[in-house]
Design a protein around this ligand. Sequence first.
Ligand code: MOS
Length: 675
Amino acid sequence: MYSYEWPVPGILYGVLVTSNLAKGRITAVDSAAAEKEPGVIAVLTPFNAMKLPGGAKPDTGDRVVQVFQDDQILYSNQPVALAVADTFERALHAAALVRVSAQPLPFTVRMADELHAAFPHDIRNAAGSRPADQLRGDVETALRQAEHKVEAVYETPPETHNPLEPHATLAVWSGDRLTVYDATQGIFGVRKKLAKAFALPPGNVRVITKYVGGGFGCKGSAWSHVVIAALAAKQLGRPVKIALTRPQMFGIVGGRPQTQQKISLAADKDGRLIALRHESISTTSRFDDFIEPAALVSRHQYQCENVETKHRLVRLDIGTPTFMRAPGESSGSFALESAIDELAHELGIDPVDFRLKNYAETDPTEGKPFSSKSLRRCYELGAERFGWQKRTRRPELMLRAGKLVGTGMATASYPANYTKASALARMRPDGTVLVQSGAVDIGGGTYTVMAQVAAETLGVPYEKVRFDLGDTEMPEAPRSGGSTTAASVASAVEAACRALRQKLDAMGGRPRQPVEAFGEVAPSEERKKYALHSFGAQFAEVEVDPDLGMVRVTRLVGAFAAGRILNATLARSQFMGGMVWGIGMALHEHSVYDEKLGRIMTRDLADYHVPSHKDVVIVDPIFIPVEKDEIVDPAGVKGIGEIGITGAAAAIANAVFNATGKRVRALPITPDKLL
Ligand code: MOS
């Protein structure tokens, strides 16, 4: 059951009214026509909504929200009112009748307008915080003296998450206790935000999330509608639920920021990298700072004495962007891995050989050893599976049924994140086991793999174990973001089950009363001494129609080294999902703004293109056994939710170059860029 579907008697339906303007001040909201319609209970606006007891900005290090506490319009599609009725259809109809008057203010959604005001911003994510800039060696001199150089700007567009389940929140109050069923990747973050907004102790707020229909980062934060649902339920004294419509997914709940990335690379005549500079600029809103850490990948990907990376932000009048599958590494690897391909081509060295020549045995910027790597095996096995040796090295016409055919490859990597997590395991006298942890399952198979891990650790059959999650009454687990869940929660489940096993062994077998044990894990000091990443190699074959400029990815092979694989079927599916999204990133996805209106115009799945089955021909992930990594986390698991998309867009762009001789440095690779 998804969050919107919980059967709650007397539930009211809320539908958001959103702003047509990109910036302004609301002067009036006319809801008279809406309120006259049958079944309409109320229209909440900045003029009649209750004031939040926790203050106008219930921000907890999470995204800043717009929840009817003031008259400001900060971006197009911002929530400005909520129509509430006794059925969804009546609420939708009422929302359409609400008229918002506002005084427009000047704005821009164009990155070029604000580049002059770009500013550095440090990076904070699941892997910790890092400075915006890093310099090792003397990049300037190395670049000046180099015989072979590539210097280019790569661009990635704003993109929008489109999980099949849109965001949805159902809020029920009972006195000063709030229960929320929310489509979220992290129930404890939602609890924290709501507790702050309503000035409640966190224990008064319960968040439940049993199934999530896709997360991908947009559900990693509690956005405006979450607070609005709780506010409406409080003010109206009845449970209220809100689901975003598909067009409301565009702007209110994040999206991938636009990036401009300048890469400067230099190599000596033998193909050894001697300088690497990666300067990334990404967009954020006027009122909140989300930074896409696109240059981080260049800090660890290749051996190089002189490396410089920089991150800058520019503010636009847009909704705040957020994490989107492999935030940083997906956009950053497009730039870096395209530039590496350009340099290999200029040197006349095979792209795999070039990467092997510059293989980093230790982290090149921090000097730390990798906890495990196995990237060489990924190159080898991926190349073998793909048939890379048959490749034609120079871009020249290779025709198949009238189409130009080309191949390309790229390196994939993503940090192996691991955070504090806890779990509870209980055996009943009948021998069945219940294991609980307040994690969520965003579609990756958390229920299945955690039951497996518990069964293996306890030495009981899988059928005897039930794993339950998604409730803040359970032991705390991290947000399912940054590919942390499998690593963190599996380690906690193992700890709880080992403790339970010990108790059971001490008792000499099956208990007469239920017996339970708690397990908690957290990153060790030892872990900080290592560079921790998953790695992989992506290989793409494309066909390009020379008359129409249409690109088709006919084959995508990815070889990944991602630690211990808990379930091969589910892992394959995760890798495939990431790689398919790589096709979307390379060829389709683009939240196109109307710059005069400041509004995303591609606000449904007809206009916002994602790969369909016809766009996905062969997607073939393989994963390779790695040496047991005991440093990364106790379970030896590296997350796999995100690495599949990294490098994929570059491999495809590199294949397009191989097929056509055209280097497209701005995604997506649409026909107009090839004709
Ligand atoms: Mo992931 S983009 O950190 O949900």
